[in-house]
Design a protein around this ligand. Structure first.
Ligand code: PAF
Length: 285
């Protein structure tokens, strides 16, 4: 495994690779968990070589968000990636990604408008900008994202189509703790008591999917009972709960297979997101 801290060194290396080599890319902000490693394994299975980036991107954090506290553990991340037979790791500094004078940003596409886009106004602009920079540097064949960040995946898929990046976007299933909590680097912020309370999010989404399975089709009804469930949990504040089209992230009134139920909550100061897909009665979307 070779680690590149210099963008210039990486570019030289990339330029020397055979044109027909397939390259799987997993962009991350580090502090890796099983969710990230599942993406690395999926990339490993379908590509000749794999590259992982570790970069905590400052432009996707708002002024009062957790950029300074965001967990980092470079040595542990590198050891985990080594075990997964990663070929190349990009570990750029802020100055490498945003050199002095940097002033070009990508305007995020339509699926970014609501939900996380409303609660975190600069977030998707930062994500689209850094993913564009990384796609241009890495020139991957396929890029891998987790479905826990389903709105991000929809935004990146739309951007990739609109800007004609020759990259296949692969979205992999959410990896959960045994009790249902979606894995996230931010779970480390939770105290044991908060960790317990945080379960209400995955439980509310699972209950929504269950109501659909039992025959409920009105989004409003499912959302009302979900909102009540979260409001009744002390120490948890609802940011949003919605039922959306999986591509546009527009809210739907009548739930159909393939729609997502999405939610974000604050547990103490920690903001967590999660989602579930509504499946057709046979189990397939
Ligand atoms: O999902 C993440 O970890 C980040 O948003 C990403 C895609 C690596 C961009 O910084």
């Amino acid at each position: 495994m070779k680690v590149f801290e210099s963008v210039e060194e990486w570019r030289k290396h990339r330029a020397g690779l055979p044109r027909n080599l397939s390259l799987g890319f997993v962009p991350t902000m580090g502090y890796l968990h099983e969710g990230h490693l599942s993406l690395v394994r999926a990339a490993r299975q379908n590509n000749d070589r794999i590259a992982v980036s570790i970069y905590v991107n400052p432009t996707q954090f708002g002024p009062n968000e957790d950029l300074a506290q965001y967990p980092r553990d470079r040595n542990r991340d590198l050891a985990l990636l080594e075990k997964e037979n990663t070929d190349w790791v990009l570990l750029p500094s802020d100055a490498e990604i945003y050199p002095p004078g940097f002033s070009t940003y990508v305007e995020p596409p339509e699926p970014s408008r609501l939900w996380c886009g409303q609660s975190r106004p600069v977030h998707f602009r930062g994500v689209c900008t850094v993913v564009t920079i990384l796609f241009n540097l890495v020139q991957p064949t396929r890029a891998y994202f987790g479905r826990k960040d389903a709105q991000q995946a929809a935004v990146i898929r739309r951007m990739t189509q609109d800007l004609r990046f020759p990259v296949e976007i692969v979205v992999c299933p959410t990896i959960r703790e045994p009790d249902g909590l979606a894995m996230s680097s931010r779970n480390v912020y939770l105290s044991p008591e908060e960790r317990q309370r945080a379960l209400v999010l995955s439980q509310t989404l699972a209950a929504g999917v269950e109501r659909f399975r039992a025959g409920e089709r009105e989004a409003r009804v499912i959302l009302e009972s979900g909102t009540r469930q979260i409001a009744n949990t002390p120490g948890v504040r609802l940011d949003y709960l919605g039922i959306v089209d999986q591509n546009t992230f527009a809210p739907v009134e009548t739930v159909q297979p393939g729609n997502y139920m999405i939610g974000a909550v604050y547990v103490g100061k920690t903001r967590l997101i999660d989602n579930r897909v509504f499946e057709s009665p046979g189990g397939c979307v």
